[in-house]
Design a protein around this ligand. Structure first.
Ligand SMILES: Cc1cc2nc3c(=O)[nH]c(=O)nc-3n(C[C@H](O)[C@H](O)[C@H](O)COP(=O)(O)OP(=O)(O)OC[C@H]3O[C@@H](n4cnc5c(N)ncnc54)[C@H](O)[C@@H]3O)c2cc1C
Length: 437
């Protein structure tokens, strides 16, 4: 049973991930009172870190793109204390996976282009096909079509069998999108690649949790942790313990699967992609540079391998200074039906192929699977006209309403708050979507 709409009640934000926090931040700016409830015991949702035996580990391999526009609006980079990855990518050097090649950014490292051409990973025919495919996207109509086209189709058009595609582009995009069929729309691939080219990839010295921590520090409204919403109506949010919180409006800032259940959005099929993660401790770094290694997709489940302690020494325990200790982060594909032990076995087998028998000396620090890692459905599929008000007084935000990224989540939170304020000022007004995520 729903309660009478209480216009003096606060807005209730359900979910304290980046979208919920960005929404709170914008509501503060708009001087609208709110209460944020979060089902777990920490803020940040999918962006987070924890300590395991003195090591800092991010919950899943994650990076921060310094060129993203939304974080720049909200976060002071100096306070984030970012440390950067090497501007380059390790790729597999042969079909067996026993050698690697480091592709360095030629704009940053003089001489890298000569190395890349000498590697034969990029041929002049690759460059010609690539330019031809790009020119086909040049007309407006084609660009519009291409934005919905799966990335795979574009890769086929530019010669998916070339070494460049098989060894570099496919594994890299699989690592970013957590999938190996590359059904992700080309528009998203272009956005992500563009941002990667525009600026460095980093992590905060104290772990990715620093991002939501800084956002949380800036907000003024009340935050309640460990409170799970079980139903939402126009004027109230009901919690798992039966409490009903009156709300002048509700902003649902959860993952897609939760929103689909609570709001009966009616989305069917697989809603999100899971990802596996492992952290290993070893005494010899498997990669010389603090760059990400994306092995080819023919060997096993591994998407990325990084000696994360070479990117941030601060991820190591304080007492490991001067010792040969390294922290290796590995992310893997997985499916819901996978048995945990099978994933462990396959990951160790592939690591042994890639780095040799010394992998048996690596100590597994922790591992896990994130079920709702990235939404499969997002953007105009989930909010066709860009209007986050899905029912009278109920708004949605979250990465699935924009792009599945830190940037998309933050943008969507700001958009929901602005739409809510607009609605208050002109209850029957025409909705004009905020563009920019
Ligand atoms: C392993 C991994 C790596 C990633 N790497 C990158 C990367 O490198 N770069 C990048 O840009 N993006 C990356 N992403 C994506 C990015 O992290 C997400 O797009 C973004 O964090 C989503 O934020 P959100 O607020 O929309 O959702 P979430 O972070 O999922 O927040 C939803 C919140 O709602 C809470 N909640 C759920 N149900 C309820 C309920 N019933 N009641 C109350 N609260 C509830 C949840 O606990 C959670 O805190 C990665 C994601 C993963 C999983």
């Amino acid at each position: 049973m729903s309660v009478q709409l209480d216009k003096d009640a606060p807005v209730v934000i359900v979910g304290g991930g980046l979208a919920g926090l960005a929404c709170a931040n914008q509501l503060d700016k708009l001087k609208i009172e709110y209460l944020l409830i979060e089902s777990t015991d920490r803020l940040g949702g999918r962006v987070g870190s924890k300590k395991v035996d003195g090591f800092t580990i991010d919950i899943g391999f994650q990076t921060f793109q310094e060129s993203y526009p939304e974080p720049r609006r909200l976060l002071d980079p100096a306070l984030l204390e970012l440390t950067r990855f090497y501007r380059g990518l390790y790729v597999q050097g042969d079909d067996d996976g026993r050698s690697r090649f480091l592709l360095s950014d030629p704009l940053k490292y003089p001489g890298a282009l000569a190395d890349i051409l000498a590697s034969k990973l990029v041929t002049t025919s690759d460059i010609t096909s690539f330019l031809r495919a790009i020119s086909q996207l040049a007309t407006k109509a084609k660009r519009r079509l291409a934005s919905k086209e799966p990335t795979k189709d574009f890769l086929l058009a530019i010669g998916a069998r070339s070494p460049l595609i098989k060894t570099v582009v496919e594994p890299f995009l699989s690592g970013v999108f957590i999938e190996d069929e590359l059904m992700t729309p080309l528009s998203l691939a272009k956005f992500v690649l563009g941002r990667l080219l525009l600026g460095p990839s980093s992590i905060p010295l104290t772990g990715m949790q620093m991002i939501p921590n800084l956002l949380a520090k800036e907000i003024n409204g009340e935050v309640r942790l460990s409170q799970r919403a079980t139903s939402i109506t126009k004027g109230a949010v009901r919690l798992a313990d039966g409490t009903e919180i009156p709300a002048s409006a509700v902003v649902l800032a959860t993952q897609l699967s939760v929103a689909n259940d609570l709001l009966k959005l009616g989305l069917t099929g697989q809603l999100s992609k899971p990802v596996g993660y492992f952290y290993f401790v070893c005494d010899r770094r498997p990669l010389e540079h603090p760059a990400v290694f994306t092995p080819s997709r023919n060997l096993g489940p591994i998407l990325t391998v990084t000696t994360i302690s070479d990117v941030a020494q601060s991820y190591l325990p304080k007492d490991s200074k001067g010792k040969d200790v390294h922290l290796v982060s590995v992310s893997t594909l997985t499916t819901e039906g996978d048995k945990p032990q099978l994933l462990v076995d396959e990951t160790l087998r592939e690591l042994t192929t890639l780095f040799g028998p010394e992998v048996s000396q690596w100590q597994e620090l922790t591992s896990g699977v994130i079920a709702d890692a990235l939404p499969r459905q997002f953007g105009t599929t989930t909010i066709p006209n860009g209007n986050p008000e899905v029912a009278d007084g109920i708004f949605i935000c979250g990465d699935y309403t924009d792009t599945p990224s830190i940037n998309g989540a933050l943008f969507s939170g700001r958009r929901a708050a602005i739409a809510l304020a607009d609605r208050r000022h002109s209850p029957k007004g025409h909705f004009s979507p905020l563009v920019g995520g």
